[in-house]
Design a protein around this ligand. Sequence first.
Ligand code: CP
Ligand code: NVA
Length: 309
Amino acid sequence: MLKGKDLLSIHDLSVEEVNEILALAHELKAKQKAGIEHHLLKGKTLGMIFEKSSTRTRVSFQTGMYQLGGQALFLSNRDLQIGRGEPIKDTARVLSRYVDGIMIRTFEHEKVEELAEWSDVPVINALTDLLHPCQVLTDLLTIQEYKGKQLKGLKMAYVGDGNNMTNSYMYGCAKAGIDFVAATPKGYEPDMQVFENACKDAEETGASIKLVNDPFEAAKGADIVVTDTWASMGQEAEHDMRKKIFAPYQVNAQLLAEADKRVIVMHCLPAYRGEEITEEILEAYADVIFDEAENRLHTQKAIMALTMG
Ligand code: CP
Ligand code: NVA
């Protein structure tokens, strides 16, 4: 179903396609743990364009391609001609002649859409200012491992900045049937167009998507509490100001007392201890959080195998 398609946003995927990605990710993870080779992309190449920093995304995509029997090229904008002004539409057409898929991490979401429009090979969004779909699909896989395959009816509370992760959680939860609530300070809500789209998507699964300002209200009875940095890449200059505004939105023991007794805490990392999450809570849920980081590998392998295979 996904063969030859781009993965720019979870909004573009059907519920079946989301389930297909998760099912293959579980299978590839089990195969890797059992030492069974799974060279679904033998001889294929992924081009990886990075205009922002990365630890997990870069290493998991590159290692994932290798484990699938292919190879990956790290293409930094510091070295590429796009960094000197070559148009995206030319870069897309050139790379399409060499590689079998393109992964991109950049600022403007429109840039990824333009790349996909001009590219003849699948394009995977590895984070923009608007969305981070690979991370949220990974989080769905991780939630299935901890809470069971049936995601419908679970409650997720996101506490903090309404950013690219929040936007993607709204799309991901809508497709998975998870009831989602985000608590953000006034003026730091997630993208309203994404919110409206997600509410429409949620009609199919019966999920509810809500936005509030009170973190304690959001955390009440939650099965999953999740947060992310208060200053995303590109917002470094606002860090000190944001630290003050977001202080009431920290994931700490007091907030978690509102959640379900079997709550899990997730974080896409990198984490800033003492800001969006306390050291104590991060370490108490380290098993979940580092499984979540590992699962980038398995989920992205499934995405690449399905789109580029
Ligand atoms: N979570 C995530 O995308 O991490 P990196 O920025 O290290 O890739
Ligand atoms: N919201 C964060 C996510 C990092 C993986 C950022 O964009 O920097």
